[in-house]
Design a protein around this ligand. Structure first.
Ligand code: TYD
Length: 221
């Protein structure tokens, strides 16, 4: 939904998505700085997580083995708390909310990666993300989603030299091919909300694409 991002005063909600190793996290702080330089107050957050309760759920989801439905229910429980405690109040104050992953990750990882029922995810999305900031119910979604699209084979090479992998990062490349397909499918259902960023470029070129998308669709002047 459009939270009035052209007014310069309304809240703006931007999510960052992509498979593990796609490089999205590097650019979140940069975009936060760009908004701050325009006098905007920025809330930086992430999913699963963003509140004390949701961070506890994150630790469980990222480390404990569980079936795909349990995983989906836990990430949506975390999301509900995150929306109620942090995202909705920040948007109501007219802030810019930059979120490292949101519901598209659930469709990509639990839906695409783990093969969980997309129709059930869509139902959970409606339940969890229906909010009523001005008394009228609406489905809260990002105003803009930056999808860092990278070949899973390249992402796997990047991850191999990085940190200790969590449960998802330890998955084989085939899992990430399904996750990437999940993102592509999600984009196809809401193309106006997405900007696909070609993540297989040098970091400056990626940053320029991030800036261009934020100016075109994300309320950055
Ligand atoms: P990530 O965002 O990559 O954080 P970090 O950079 O600290 O590793 O890790 C979050 C992981 O959680 C990532 O592998 C994707 C997964 N995830 C889901 O499976 N479902 C979800 O709904 C969300 C938000 C994340």
């Amino acid at each position: 939904m459009n939270t009035g991002m052209n007014s310069g005063k309304g809240g703006i909600f931007i999510s960052f998505e992509g498979i593990d190793g796609a490089g999205k996290s590097t650019h979140i702080e940069g975009l936060a700085q760009a908004f701050r330089e325009q006098g905007r107050h920025v809330t930086l957050t992430r999913e699963p997580g963003g509140t004390p309760l949701a961070e506890k759920l994150r630790a469980i989801v990222l480390n404990d083995p569980m079936d795909a439905m349990t995983e989906a229910l836990l990430v949506f429980a975390a999301r509900r708390d995150h929306l109620q405690q942090l995202i909705e109040p920040a948007l109501a104050r007219g802030e810019v909310v930059l979120c490292d992953r949101f519901t598209d990750a659930t469709f990509a990882y639990q839906g695409g990666g783990r093969g969980f029922d997309l129709a059930v995810l869509a139902q959970l999305e409606r339940w969890v993300q229906t909010v009523a900031p001005a008394g009228t119910p609406l489905l809260r979604e990002p105003d803009l989603t930056l999808w860092f699209d990278l070949d899973p084979a390249i992402a796997a090479q990047r991850l191999a030299t990085a940190r200790v992998p969590d449960k998802f990062e330890a998955q084989p490349v085939e899992f990430f091919r399904r996750v990437a397909a999940g993102y592509a499918q999600r984009l196809a259902t809401a193309p106006q909300r997405f900007a696909r960023i070609e993540a297989d470029q040098n970091i400056d070129a990626v940053w320029q694409d991030v800036l261009a998308a934020a100016r075109a669709q994300g309320g950055l002047s």
